[in-house]
Every structure is written in C-alpha cells, then in structure tokens.
Design a protein around this ligand. Structure first.
Ligand code: F6P
Length: 550
C-alpha cells in the first residue's frame, strides 16, 4: 500500500496483467505482428493537428494497448489531467498549480488559480511582449546612443534558455535575418565572451531570463554583460534601461539588479521553468520571429492541449506515447529513449526534451513521499538523424540494449532553400524510412546468406530487428507544428509522471549541487576551509589551486 492509501503501482492487477502479457509476447516480434495483420501499417496510426503518428513499429498488440490503457485508468491519469487543466495545485511538494496550458489559452478562456482568472494576465503580458518586439523589430526601440538594436542576447539557463534557444533554431527560416540572436547560459565566461566579442554594444539588447532571478549562473553572466556594455559605451548606469530587459516572476530582484520594472515581462509561479518558453521567457524568440508567428506557435500548443483534454483514451496521442514509454521502461527494462529528428532545424530539440523529461520524471520518491520500486523517467538523448546514423546507430541496431526511438520528419523542406538543396530532401527522408524499417524488421541469417555472405560473417551481418520506433510526420515545419510537437511531449511526460505517481513539476534534485557550489567557491578562490568537504573533494580542490598557481 502507498502512504496515500493507494495500492502500490506494481502490485495492482493492471500491472500484473501487463507483466504476464509481456511474457506471453516474449517470442513474438514485429515480423509476426505484421504477418498477422497486414493492415497494421496504416491502422496503427493517429492524427493530431498536423502530426501523423505511426506506432505500428512498436512491440505491442491491441491487447497490449488495452492493458496499458487499463493501467492509465487505474492510476487515474485523466483525473490528474483534469485537475491540472482546472488549476488545482497538483505540484504538491511546492504547493503550486501547474498551468503552462493557460499560457496558450484563448483570450476568452477562464482558468482560475485561488479564485482568480489568470487568462487576462497572460494576454496582457503577451500584448506587452508583442508591442516591445514590434518596437525592436521596427527600430523604434533604440539603444542608449540612439542606434537601432541589431543584436539580442538572451541570458538564462535551463528552462530560461533551452526552450527559446531550441525554438529559435527550429524557426530560423521564419526569423528576421537582419537580427543576430544569441543565447548565453554557461557560467563559463567563454560563453558570454563568444556571444559578445564581435557585437557593437550600442546595438545590443540583453534579455535576462530567470524565473527566480536568483540563479547564480544567470545573475553572474548578467552582471558581466552589464559591465561589458557600460565599459564599451563608456556610459553610466543610466544606459542600462535601454539595453536590459528582464523576464521573471521576481520584480523585487529585477529592480535590485537595476532593470526598470517597466521593462520586465512577468510570468507566474504556476509555470515551471521547463514549461515556460511559451511565456515571457519566449521574448527573444518573439523578437526574432515576430508576434504573429509566436501566436501561431501558441495556437499549435493549444490544439494539442485540447486534444489531450478531450480525445478518448483510444485515440489520445500523448496518452499513447506516454504508455508506450511505460511499456518499455517498466516491462522491457529499457533505460533510455532516443529522439531522432530528421531536420537540421531540430538540432537542439532533443537537448530541450532532456530537461523537459528528465527534470520532470527523474525521481525516485513518489507523490506520497515513499520511494518507488519501479523504473521512472528514461535517459533521453539523440541528435539529428543522419548524423546519428554515422555515429551511434550501430548500437541501436546491433547493441545489447533496447532503445525505443522517436523519428520526427517532414514531407517538405523549408521554403527558403534553393531548388538544388530542396532536392536533397528526398534523400534525407529516404534515410528516415530506411532506418525505421531496418530497426523494426532487421535481416535474418537466411536473408544474409542469400546475399552470398560467407558463413563466418553471417552472424555479424544479421540484424535481429524488433527495435521499436514511433514515426511523427508532418507536412512542413511551421511555428504551429513546433507548438504541437512541444505540447505533445509535455503531455506525454505528464502521463508518465501520473502513472509512476511522481510529482513531475518539482526539481529538488538540482538543489544539492547548487548549495555545495556556493560553499566550495571560497575554497577555490581563497583557500578557505569548507566544513564537511569530503577527502576526495579536498584533494581535488588542492590540486586545482596548485594548477592555478595559488
Ligand atoms: O536548476 C534547475 C532550474 O531551477 C530549472 O528548473 C530552471 O529552468 C533553471 O534552474 C533556471 O531557473 P531560473 O529561470 O529561475 O533562473
């Protein structure tokens, strides 16, 4: 029994049924599934918005899916979903509502937190962002010396960096190419140095993105950026107002830093950092792509929100994707999940998903405070597909680990490519389809022999197959499609956290390292004694100081 009175997940009849079913399927694979049901390729598919989802290449049958949905019902995934959409405080360890869905709600929607409708506030900030973005884009907003802003540098980390940085790359072909937009996150001074070294400070706007406005990396970089700017402009504090804006929930700290709170774009504690890039945290992105494109992206998010909220379990895509992850993580011992986009523009997509998924579901303590005794969030990894094919796909095909993967591709290349470059798109997608086929069906020893391969190489050239993949296909990569994709993954992560009975919206696991870093710094700089420093770390600190000549 859980501390909250619920049956332990792995003692529920639904879990036991899935474990038994897994054993029954042990000797059946994708070749058999397709032989038994030739319509599976077209049948095991769903459509949500512009996204065509093919799940035919999964190690599942109708019965598996039915049993997984029963597990979802037993763990009340939809009950928790409804509580989230209603604004209930389902982030229990922080006593907060979880309302990133309100960030893209329609203007006339009503969503209450503590009796107050939060939607008008959301749209007021979006309107303020749009006004500011338009002024920067048109040149109406100028720097301290009167020069037009040509460079935007976002300083933030984690959820205050990964989302806008990823989306900026994804939507690059929609950006104003006359603007240089960069993202600085690392407290390694090299990051800020490389981002600013070729910029004219008079033309540069810094966007300081931090929900708490206390994150040491961000505040340190923001302080250095301010020094750089004032030094370059040979100006005093009065120059800050035209060159610094803040995205935060913490007006007091923003004012302490010296940023005019009139130039602060607000969001709220019911938005988690990793769920925030469609809030004020997206300002640099909005400046780059313009308010209309940003709103198109929000509409894409909203479309999938509505689907998640209202589609029945049988056709609910985030539910399906979440449950497939449970199937592999809990019943096939898969430890990781690869996300492999076949689009250069999605080069930062998986890095973004790493925080979304791993910071949300990388937990061993359940919502009831008890340790779980089942696997929770997977290691999420991956890079754009064709590059991966020449690097780590070998292990996916013939390694000893089961790695479920998402393949994401588009029918059309982006519009601005030359005809010659557009012609490469079919080759890109041929690789996409070839890989999912090879992963699923492999090559039997007999097929290898039939190619005349010498017997001693047959085993080496055999592919067992049965590597499960989801294909996500859309016609083209638009702002709306990006919003749809991100909302899909947000809700998939939600489903898994609900099944595993963990709070997907806190992140206590990152705190200890932060606290220790603050304690260790004086040991590095001044040789101060750090109480409680272990022997290994003490020796390393001494070595570091020696190498630095201290
Ligand atoms: O280190 C974890 C974290 O709290 C993330 O959850 C968050 O996205 C990031 O730090 C940045 O936090 P902030 O926006 O408050 O600077």
């Amino acid at each position: 029994m859980n501390a909250d009175g619920r049956t332990r997940l792995n003692q529920t009849p639904e879990w036991t049924a899935l474990a038994g079913h897994r054993e029954e399927l042990a000797d059946t694979g994708l070749r058999e599934f397709f032989a038994a049901d030739p319509g599976r390729g077209a049948g095991y598919t769903l459509q949500v918005g512009d996204l065509y989802i093919d799940y035919s290449k999964h190690l599942v049958t109708d019965e598996t899916l039915r049993l997984l949905r029963e597990l979802a019902a037993a763990t009340d995934v939809f009950g928790l979903r409804d509580a989230m959409f209603r604004g209930e405080k389902i982030n229990t360890t922080e006593n907060r509502a979880v309302l990133h869905t309100a960030l893209r709600a329609a203007r006339d929607a009503v969503i209450e937190v503590d009796g107050e409708n939060v939607v008008p506030g959301v749209h007021a900030v979006l309107d303020k962002m749009a006004d500011f973005a338009d002024r920067v884009r048109s040149g109406a907003w100028t720097g301290h010396t009167g020069k037009r802003i040509k460079n935007v540098v976002n300083i933030g980390i984690g959820g205050s960096d990964l989302g806008p940085a990823m989306a900026y790359e994804v939507l690059r072909s929609y950006t104003d190419r006359d603007l240089t937009v960069r993202f600085v996150s690392n407290v390694d001074g090299a990051d800020l140095h490389e981002a600013t070294r070729d910029l004219d400070a008079a033309e540069t706007l810094f966007v300081i993105a931090s929900k708490t406005f206390t994150t040491i990396e961000t505040i340190t970089n923001a302080t250095s950026a301010r020094e750089w700017l004032l030094g370059e402009l040979k100006a005093g504090q009065e120059a800050v107002a035209q060159h610094f804006v803040a995205l935060s929930t913490n007006a007091e700290k923003v004012a302490d830093f010296g940023i005019d709170t009139a130039n602060m774009f607000e969001f709220w504690d019911w938005v988690g950092g990793r769920y925030s890039y469609d809030s004020a945290i997206g300002l640099a992105l909005m400046i780059a792509i313009g308010p209309n494109r940003f709103r198109e992206m929000l509409a894409g998010f909203r479309l999938v929100d509505e689907h998640f909220r209202s589609a029945p379990a049988e056709s609910n895509v985030p539910l399906l994707l979440g449950l497939l992850g449970v199937w592999y993580g809990n019943f096939h011992d898969a430890q990781s999940h690869a996300v492999l986009p076949y689009s250069h523009y999605l080069s930062r997509f998986t890095a973004y998903l790493q925080q979304l998924d791993m910071e949300s579901n990388g937990k061993y303590v359940g919502r009831d405070g008890q340790e779980v005794d089942w696997q929770t969030g997977p290691v999420v990894w991956g890079t754009p597909g064709t590059n991966g094919q020449h690097a780590y796909y070998q292990l996916i095909h013939q390694g000893t680990k089961l790695i479920p993967a998402d393949f994401i591709g588009f029918a059309e290349p982006v519009a601005e490519l030359s005809d010659g470059l557009k012609a490469q798109h079919d080759l890109l997608m041929a690789n996409f389809f070839a890989q999912t086929q090879a992963l699923a069906f492999g090559k039997t020893p007999d097929e290898v022999r039939a190619e005349g391969v010498p017997e001693e190489l047959v085993a080496h050239k055999t592919f067992k197959g049965n590597h499960p993949t989801t294909t996500i296909l859309a016609r083209e990569l638009t702002p709306s499609v990006l919003g749809q994709l991100i909302a899909l993954y947000e809700h998939k992560v939600f489903v898994q956290g609900a099944v595993w009975n963990i709070d997907s919206f806190d992140q206590w696991g990152v705190e200890l390292g932060k606290v220790l870093a603050k304690r260790v710094e004086p040991a590095l700089t001044e040789g101060a004694r750090v109480p409680g420093l272990d022997e290994s770390s003490k020796a390393l600190v001494a070595k570091y100081r020696e190498l630095r000549g201290r």
